[in-house]
Every structure is written in structure tokens, then in C-alpha cells.
Design a binder for this molecule. Sequence first.
Ligand code: RP5
Length: 168
Amino acid sequence: MTQPTVGILMGSDSDFPIMEAACNILDQFDIAYEVNVLSAHRTPHLASEYARTARERGIKALIIGAGAAAHLAGVIAAETTLPVIGVPIDATSLKGVDALYSTVMMPGGIPVATMAIGKAGAKNAGLFVAAMLSATDSAMADKLAQYRKDMVAQVQAKGQALQEKLKK
Ligand code: RP5
């Protein structure tokens, strides 16, 4: 099995339908990852232990999804100097704003790179890791450039399809 480069954590398995978007991007870019469910509140000791041992296990970046009073990314960032990317999850009646504030409002000294709430954030977390790796990996930079080109082609195709539809 390939040694994982990225650790994906989520506070609950109920976060997975959102966090799967990060997995899909990492698959697309051939970046090996591991996935774990750990909670800042329900399993605080296991979460700290995971973060403390991540670097020695070869992990280069961590993507952390959590909803509600989402402290997981901050707790993980407190225990490692690896880059931590937070994904706020819409899991309560506050629709993810609770998780966004909990994740993004870190005190100075312990950074968490916070993405958008939900699936777009999880997808961008995967792309952000690819971008970080591309700083020292030219093959990854090429893949990212191709991804952007494909996106332009997809947007143009959608515009053309819409124009065709309106002509009818
Ligand atoms: C958070 O509480 C999790 O990250 C999840 O988003 C939310 C709800 O968890 P469950 O009650 O569904 O396990 O810690």
C-alpha cells in the first residue's frame, strides 16, 4: 500500500458525504491519503495522539472536516506543525456558520487554513493540498494547470449548451 501523504479527519462518519469531495480530488490527482473519524470532544486524546504522530508517519498535510462547535481542526493544529486545512460542515440548525466561525477564528500562532462551508470547501481542500505539493513537484503543477484548462472547457461547453437551449 502507498504511504499516505494526506490525513483526512472528520468529527463523525455523518461528515463523510461532504468530505468525500476531498477524497475524490485527491484520487484524481493521485495523492495517497488516509481517512479517520476522530472528535475533538468525543475522543480528544485519540485526536491529539493522531496529530502528534502524523509527521513521523509521513503525512504532509491534514484536511479536517467538522460540524457544530467545530474544534477539531484547531485541536489538531495545536498538536502539529504540519499544514492544517479546515472544512466547516453544515451539521446543525445554524447551517455551518457555527462550524465556520469555530474553524476560522483561530487565535494568532496556531493557523488553520479554512475553506468554504460544505462540499465546495471539501473539494477546495483537496485542490489546496495539490497546490501546496505543486510548489516542489512539477508533475503536480502540470496536473493542476490541466485541471484549470479542463474547467475552462467545461464552463464554455455549459454556456454553449445553454445558448442552444434558449434558441429553441
Ligand atoms: C461534529 O458534530 C461532527 O463533525 C459532526 O459534523 C457533528 C454531528 O455529529 P454526529 O452527531 O452526526 O455524530 O462533531
